[in-house]
Design a protein around this ligand. Structure first.
Ligand SMILES: O=C(O)CCC(=O)C(=O)O
Ligand SMILES: [Fe+2]
Length: 236
């Protein structure tokens, strides 16, 4: 069950720059926070970029390992990274890394993110394409020492609106006891839901990767393509 979001508005205390966007911050507690920008990119510009990404990106649907079993990833992927960075790996899969120079529009999207959040730093991007509502991303966190202890991850969405869920990870003692029914119920209340709109940005900050997991569940009514870019910063 997803709880209703209660937003605070950081623009009530505008920062020196990056203030021309409506931003909705959600404090998840204990040092975790997300900021949702519903209209990072104007609608027509976002459709133009959607068409470019859909057409030009070399999408692949790799085999990954989940709980020791090989399966086809339930969405298409591409990875772009600065040269010389440590390789990225998830679920037993190490994507080929393409260069930023080959995809100028991806750089333009990154520039827009950096204008909205001056001071943020990103050097890689993982792109995902969901052909329709049967494509999804399962519960996971992007916690990896490659990204440091409290990474900022900027997620920009295009095309079909999809639900994005965030759920608190069980604490060590909850995990040790095994998720009893009452604990499970408690954790369900610590779930947040966002409908990520065409041209929107969701910034995950602080301990969101350490303490929360996220997913984009199957939605059989979603009948068109969604493209998502998660900008990340590899520290080593
Ligand atoms: O598609 C999304 O909104 C999220 C993708 C994601 O979580 C990931 O690539 O790690
Ligand atoms: Fe993720």
């Amino acid at each position: 069950m997803s709880s209703c979001l209660r937003f605070t508005d950081p623009d009530e205390n505008p920062s020196p720059s990056g203030g021309r966007w409506e931003k909705r911050a959600v404090d998840l507690g204990d040092g975790s926070e997300v900021v949702y920008v519903p209209r990072l990119i104007p609608r027509d510009q976002a459709w133009e970029w959607f068409r470019y990404l859909n057409r030009e990106i070399p999408w692949t649907r790799p085999s990954i390992r989940v709980f020791g079993r090989s399966c086809v990833q339930p969405r298409e992927t591409c990875y772009i990274a600065e040269k010389g960075l440590a390789p990225m790996r998830y679920s037993g899969y190490q994507p080929n890394s393409y260069s930023w120079e080959e995809y100028p529009v991806v750089k333009d999207i990154l520039m827009t993110v950096c204008e909205a959040f001056p001071g943020s730093k990103f050097n890689t991007v993982l792109l995902n394409r969901y052909k329709n509502g049967s494509d999804y991303v399962a519960w996971h966190s992007d916690e990896d020492k490659l990204y440091g202890s409290a990474p900022e991850i900027a997620s920009v969405s295009f095309g079909c609106e999809r639900e994005f869920l965030l759920r608190k990870k069980p604490t060590k003692s909850q995990a040790a006891k095994g998720a009893r029914h009452s604990d499970r119920k408690q954790l369900e209340h610590k779930q947040q839901s966002f409908v990520l709109k065409h041209g929107s940005l969701l910034l995950m900050k602080g301990y969101t990767q350490r303490d929360w997991v996220h997913s984009v569940p199957k939605r059989l009514k979603a009948d068109s393509i969604r493209i998502n870019l998660t900008f990340r910063h590899i520290v080593a």
